[in-house]
Design a protein around this ligand. Structure first.
Ligand SMILES: [Zn+2]
Length: 238
């Protein structure tokens, strides 16, 4: 019986490892996805920011060229002013000049706004690139580790499963039956130590007589309350 109990503990340890590995099967891809998303989101923010900077610079160039043309035209209007002959011509030209001046001042305001946008972009670009560097430094290593774990996961599961099959062959069928039934019903630990004269699973007190029997270890006892298999470990009860 002692031997069966020891083997059962080993089986339980393997089942715990298998449970953990199965959880990793879900958890690892989620973690990998999360870290990759973090990187790609930041990269696309940087891309958008760089694009806005480039577009603003282009627009500034083109408005500056327009202003140059406007100013040349304005100059030629002002030259025409000197050789004007009629009031009608004078009025028309004055209107043209005013309109042109207004257009130039509008465009200069646009340039100021674009310059402010570009300053913001440059500042943001520095911050984002610094952030990317930091996240890359942290995530790259973590990603590699998670991907390694993910790759070796199936091999680990196969290994534990093979060990489990070998181990189960050496344990009394009836005991395995009890173990499987409780594990399925309760989940988690099936073989639990007695602690403070109580079941380590559900904490129900165990009669002293029963404790003595369990300590002798020549028969396997289950907890009356939860059905878990009880074992005696000296260090838990000193
Ligand atoms: Zn119990």
């Amino acid at each position: 019986m002692q031997n069966d109990l020891a083997l059962l503990m080993d089986l339980q340890e393997l089942d715990d490892q298998l449970g953990e590995l199965e959880r990793s099967r879900i958890y690892l891809p989620e973690m990998i996805q999360k870290l990759e998303n973090e990187l790609s989101e930041l990269e696309s923010n940087i891309e958008e920011n760089d694009k806005l900077l480039l577009e603003s610079a282009r627009e500034q160039k083109s408005i500056e060229l327009e202003i140059e043309t406007d100013k040349e035209q304005l100059e030629s209007y002002q030259k025409q002013m000197k050789i004007i002959k009629t009031n009608k011509e004078y009025d028309a030209l004055t209107t043209e000049i005013d309109t042109k001046k207004l257009a130039i001042s509008d465009k200069e305001e646009k340039i100021l706004a674009l310059m402010a946008t570009m300053d913001e972009c440059k500042e943001k670009s520095g911050q984002l690139k610094e952030q990317l560097k930091e996240i890359k430094a942290g995530n790259t290593q973590q990603l590699e580790m998670l991907k390694d774990q993910s790759l070796s996961l199936q091999a680990k599961i196969d290994d534990r499963m093979a060990k489990r099959i070998r181990l189960a062959k050496d344990i009394n069928r009836q005991i395995i039956g009890t173990y499987e039934r409780v594990r399925k019903g309760k989940g988690g630990l099936v073989v639990v130590p007695i602690r403070k004269k109580a079941c380590g699973g559900c904490f129900k007190q165990i009669p002293p007589q029963r404790i003595q029997e369990i300590r002798r270890g020549d028969k396997i006892f289950s907890c009356d309350n939860c059905g878990r298999i009880l074992i005696w470990i000296d260090e838990n009860n000193n």
